[in-house]
Design a protein around this ligand. Structure first.
Ligand SMILES: Nc1ncnc2c1ncn2[C@@H]1O[C@H](COP(=O)(O)OP(=O)(O)OP(=O)(O)O)[C@@H](O)[C@H]1O
Length: 257
């Protein structure tokens, strides 16, 4: 699917990682990772299971500490922040989890209200109502406002999860396997939504996926994590223009007849 190029400011890095290393005991998961996420960019991180993609996201969001290296997010060095500063920074980062993490006992409206009431106490009722209506419209699910999560399909839950993240007006979005477990048509719709969010909210995003169709249709740039390092980087075509036997199977599995 062809996508319209987004407005990327390559002179401005919203996330900057230098010399990042992370091990668990004898297991060296990340080895000298260097990466910039530019303002307005969708960066896809590809990699096999267990290569450290989730560890990378956890380090970016301050949930795990790096062994060495520097991780700067929106101008703040994550490792040096106090708990309160980290909490403040996290409000500017939206997480879209693999399992949408909605509260089953709350309606869609209540699920969307929850982060606002908890984090933005100054908002008036009318502003909360407007914010909910706006994000539901953005994800194309205005009609679901009074439904319970159990009444929604997997794709709809994913959309509401994204809406709940967007309601906080994040500057950065982190999508963890956004299309996992969804049928191809719903995947296409979620990919389109990721691109729509980028344009409408001017977010910069990291998209972690195994799904090459998702990578191709959402990624302005793709990095491939292999053996703890970013071994390939570029556009989708550049990354897969290789005979590297560690990279080719990804492409062959997804695209070869
Ligand atoms: N807190 C932890 N303690 C010990 N080992 C960990 C911890 N977190 C992750 N690991 C290990 O680090 C490696 C990378 O894990 P990670 O979850 O980042 O993989 P991933 O690339 O996200 O995989 P998947 O695509 O399957 O989700 C794995 O071997 C995992 O067991």
């Amino acid at each position: 699917m062809k996508r319209i190029a987004s407005k990327i400011d390559r002179n401005k890095a919203v996330i900057s990682i230098r010399g990042l290393e992370k091990s668990f005991g004898d297991l060296d998961v990340l080895k000298n990772i260097n990466m910039d996420l530019h303002q307005g960019e969708n960066l896809v991180v590809l990699g096999r299971s267990g290569t450290g993609k989730s560890v990378l996201i956890k380090i970016i969001s301050g949930l795990l500490k790096p062994d060495t290296g520097q991780v700067t997010v929106l101008g703040r060095e994550v490792d040096r922040l106090s708990t309160a500063e980290l909490r403040e920074l996290r409000q500017k980062i939206g997480f879209s989890f693999q399992h949408s993490a909605l509260y089953d006992s709350m309606t869609v409206r209540e699920n969307l209200e929850f982060p606002l009431v908890r984090n933005m106490r100054h908002l008036k009722r009318k502003q909360i109502k407007q914010a909910i209506e706006e994000v539901l419209e953005a994800v194309g699910l205005s009609q679901a406002i009074n439904q319970m999560p159990s009444e929604l399909s997997g794709g709809q839950k994913k959309r509401i999860g994204i809406a709940r993240t967007l309601i906080m007006k994040p500057e950065i979005m982190l999508y963890d396997e956004p299309t996992a477990g969804l049928d191809p048509i719903t995947c296409t719709a979620i990919n389109a939504l990721i691109n729509e969010v980028q344009k409408r909210y001017n977010t910069s995003s990291i998209i972690i996926t195994h799904d090459l169709t998702c990578a191709k249709s959402t990624g302005d740039r793709i990095v491939m994590l292999l053996d703890g390092k970013f071994q390939r980087e570029g556009t989708f075509e550049e990354v897969f223009d290789t005979t590297d036997e560690r990279v080719k199977p990804f492409y062959d599995y997804n695209f070869t007849e």
